[in-house]
Design a binder for this molecule. Structure first.
Ligand code: ADP
Length: 261
């Protein structure tokens, strides 16, 4: 069943000059249609500026569509009230490129994760340590470090903390925007493996955004290639990788080094 359906979605930004808008638009997302099946990982790949972030912000309801619709689990999100969108936002969580920027440096990991675990229902005080320990174990962190602060962890560990925070409210959809681009290559496959394992164990659906086709190939079940606001190629990851139909995908492939496990 399609968990997420994007129907003819467009986001146009007005072009501004010194004297105001020019009447022209940037077609950041241009008539995109995509479906993501429940439990699968969709890799969205394309060069910087092709519209990936705009599309992901639109899916997260952080950016209104100029036209088209986004259907999540059978519900058209544009028809929901603001209060309903806020409630449903817990169902989709994001992981960003730079966990250091997205983690509050003044909060210990314990505080950050208690807050994330309490978003649907407050976690009773006496259950907090146990719940945080379980969550840390789940993402491969040792619970003995729960009272430490973000700067005391390595880049890879910080991304594990950000992943723990994202899965804490029990989301259905994870949107990972370049989650390994800032990490050492030696750490990248560990984080990719963690994301794959969690998607399977927790029966999540994931959209994985990257400019790097080799990273996307490593993790995705399906791949959509985006160029200048449009999806130019879409299919099972193996097919896109081994027999790309579009010239642009071939160009991306020839530029991509292979990630090995
Ligand atoms: P990507 O994530 O693939 O790098 P973006 O979605 O950030 O691409 O950008 C797509 C296009 O839209 C680019 O041409 C960018 O300059 C433009 N753009 C992005 N955000 C805005 C904005 N808030 N206002 C105007 N133009 C924007």
């Amino acid at each position: 069943m399609a968990y997420l359906e994007i129907r003819q979605a467009s986001v146009h930004y007005p072009v501004r000059s010194t004297w105001g808008t020019t009447g022209e638009v940037v077609r950041a997302v241009d008539n995109v249609s995509l479906t993501v099946e429940k439990g699968r990982i969709l890799g969205l790949v394309g060069e910087s500026g092709c519209g990936k972030s705009t599309l992901s912000r639109a899916i997260m309801q952080l950016q209104p569509l100029t036209s088209g619709s986004i259907i999540l689990n059978g519900t058209n999100l544009s028809e929901l009230s603001t209060a309903e969108v806020r409630r449903r936002r817990l169902d989709f969580q994001m992981i960003f490129q730079d966990p250091y920027a997205s983690l509050n440096p003044r909060f210990s990991i314990f505080s950050t994760l208690v807050e994330a675990l309490s978003r649907r229902t407050p976690l009773p005080r006496k259950e907090r340590e146990q719940a945080v320990a379980e969550l840390m174990n789940r993402v491969g962190l040792s619970p003995e470090h729960m009272y430490k602060y973000p700067h005391e962890f390595s880049g890879g560990q910080r991304q594990r903390i950000a992943i723990a925070r994202a899965i804490a409210p029990g989301p259905a959809l994870l949107l990972a925007d370049e989650p390994v681009s800032a990490l050492d290559v030696s750490i990248q496959s560990q984080i990719l493996n963690l994301l794959t394992d969690l998607t399977r164990e927790l029966k999540l659906t994931m959209i994985f955004i990257s400019h790097d086709l080799s990273v996307v190939h490593y993790i995705a079940d399906d791949i959509a290639v985006m160029r200048r606001g449009q999806i130019v190629e879409y299919g099972p990851a193996e097919d896109v990788f081994t027999t790309p139909q579009h010239e642009y995908t071939r160009t991306l492939l020839s530029a991509a080094p292979r990630l090995t496990d």
